[in-house]
Design a protein around this ligand. Structure first.
Ligand code: MG
Length: 529
């Protein structure tokens, strides 16, 4: 009896142990897909088992590799159609395997590769790209043989998804195994088509998403996984993180992990609710931006226009450009101007033109995280700003209505930016505005991200992710905190004026521009919307 108990206990223990080992694998919770393994930093050969092992060490959620088939129908892992000058499809595996990879590895078969990926792997999925063949019937055969092998090795749970440029091949995979996850690579099919055909995601070149940003939304609406290749630049990684991509395929997994750590939005409840990435040409998008005209305030010398010369989108950027040019003042001698605006009627023409864009009447937000990536104009007399005014400013008047200056910069003090709030209690007329400054390195030729994080409790001002001014809601009155209502965004480049012109205007600097790479507005799903 006692013996039986011991045997039972032993069996139970082992059953538990094996169940535990089996269930230990779960895809790591990050979007990092190492493209052909993690090879670059350690100078490993692409598609080597060593690069797969390194992706596992880094904790990537996936490691991608390319599958081809030899003339004797052995599945091997290699990107190019040829290997050491031999065409893989026309050469036997034994011929191919005479040549080693640069790190001494034998050309991996898919069998060896999958087995390596199933060993000591807590969370890196295997992303299996099957390279199309030009030979009739071979695509379907490869799909069948890959699935057979995955089945034989019980590797299915390690496979994140299958990808291919061949739609025929993906469809054959889905036919054989309707549970298999698939993503199409070619970039030619809409999310609707993929959904209708049972493909579970789209893994398109990043330029496709830049050209068709509407596919991002429609992929999400159709519950398709979003993935992009091959994304190696920090700014592109940031763009995809901001847009909530499920996966990002990169040669730079270490850099992507760093961008994720620095992304204030990735690990929070924030989601992108409004943006302009400026991936078009010509006039700023009229559904997002309107213009201010003429002289506006602060005794500034520029005359605002809506001409392309002063505001246009080109090369992926919004340009707001100040020119030295004479323009007739439509308000000259206008008797209807308010007393504070008398200066607007005093001169018959302006000496400078520029632009001021606003989202007023088109998009306004209460709370959120607002990020603007921009390069600033240079020279004495320039005064660019990225700032916000409230929806009720016309009824309430300024400064009671409130103002949030996400970024101000005056040309005579080029190394400094300012982040400030103005309210009834705290404003520059009284010298009580709450502002702080921070040193900025190379503001004119490098993109920096100017941001606020605004909640019912605070407004933090950030430069490149670092908070340099923290305004707490003191919970007194709206004189101190008028920020529980909607504000719109303004981007402008002023010339001269009460602050920008304090040390005069250098006439030799024109034209001068602010270049904006993107504007992104995030809100917290549960709270702000
Ligand atoms: Mg590939």
């Amino acid at each position: 009896m006692r013996f039986i108990f011991i045997v039972l206990a032993f069996l139970t223990f082992n059953a538990c142990k094996s169940t535990k080992a089996e269930s230990a694998f779960a895809f790591a919770e990050n979007p990092v897909i190492a493209h052909r393994g993690a090879w670059k930093a350690l100078n490993l050969p692409q598609n080597s088992i060593a690069s797969l092992k390194h992706a596992i060490e880094l904790g990537c959620t996936g490691s991608e590799f390319d599958v081809r088939m030899t003339s004797d129908n052995v599945l091997v892992v290699n990107h190019d159609p040829d290997y050491n000058g031999l065409f893989i499809e026309e050469t036997t595996y034994s011929e191919l395997s005479k040549h080693k990879l640069s790190n001494g590895e034998v050309l991996p078969t898919l069998r060896d590769y999958l087995l390596a990926g199933m060993e000591n792997n807590p969370g890196t999925g295997l992303v299996c790209e099957i390279k199309p063949s030009k030979t009739e019937g071979r695509n379907v055969l490869m799909a069948e043989k890959v699935l057979e092998l995955v089945d034989e090795l019980k590797a299915e749970k390690y496979i994140s998804y299958y990808i291919s440029f061949s739609y025929e091949l993906l469809k054959r995979i889905i036919e054989i195994n309707p549970n298999a996850k698939t993503q199409y690579l070619d970039g030619s099919k809409s999310p609707e088509t993929l959904r209708d055909d049972g493909v579970s995601g789209l893994d398109y070149a990043i330029h496709i998403f830049k050209r068709k940003p509407e596919w991002i939304e429609s992929a999400k609406a159709h519950n398709l996984k979003l993935n992009a290749w091959t994304v190696n630049k920090a700014e592109d990684l940031d763009l995809l993180l901001a847009n909530g991509f499920d996966y990002i395929t990169t040669d730079e997994p270490e850099l992507l992990f760093e961008r994720i750590r620095n992304s204030a939005t990735y690990n929070t409840d924030y989601e992108l609710v409004w943006s302009d990435e400026f991936n078009y040409n010509g006039k700023p998008d009229a559904t997002k931006w309107t213009y201010s005209y003429g002289f506006i305030a602060n005794e500034e010398k520029q005359y605002y226009t809506d001409s392309l010369k002063n505001a246009r989108v080109e090369n992926g950027h919004l340009i707001i450009e100040a020119h030295k040019e004479k323009l007739a003042n439509k308000d000259f001698n206008n008797p209807n101007l308010k007393p504070w605006a008398q200066y607007k009627k005093e001169i018959d023409s302006a000496q400078y033109s520029s632009a001021r864009l606003t989202t007023e009447g088109l998009a306004e937000w209460k709370y959120g995280r607002i990020e603007v990536s921009a390069k600033l104009p240079k020279g004495r007399g320039m005064w660019p700003a990225i700032w916000m005014l409230s929806e009720d400013r016309k009824e309430l008047g300024w400064p009671e209505s409130g103002e949030i200056d996400i970024m101000e910069h005056v040309g005579y003090d080029n190394d400094t930016i300012h982040g400030t709030i103005h309210t009834k209690a705290y404003n520059h007329l009284k010298g009580t505005q709450k502002g702080k400054t921070i040193f900025i390195d190379r503001p004119n030729d490098t993109f920096h991200v100017f941001a606020i994080e605004w909640t019912p409790e605070k407004i933090d001002f950030l430069l490149d992710g670092v908070v340099y001014n923290h305004i707490a809601n003191e919970h007194k009155t709206t004189a101190e905190w008028p920020f529980d209502k909607k504000f719109h965004l303004i981007l402008n480049v002023a010339v001269g004026g009460m602050w920008g012109g304090r040390q005069g205007i250098d006439e030799s600097i024109f034209p001068q521009r602010m270049t904006v790479d993107y504007v992104r507005v995030f809100q917290q799903k549960s709270k702000d919307q």
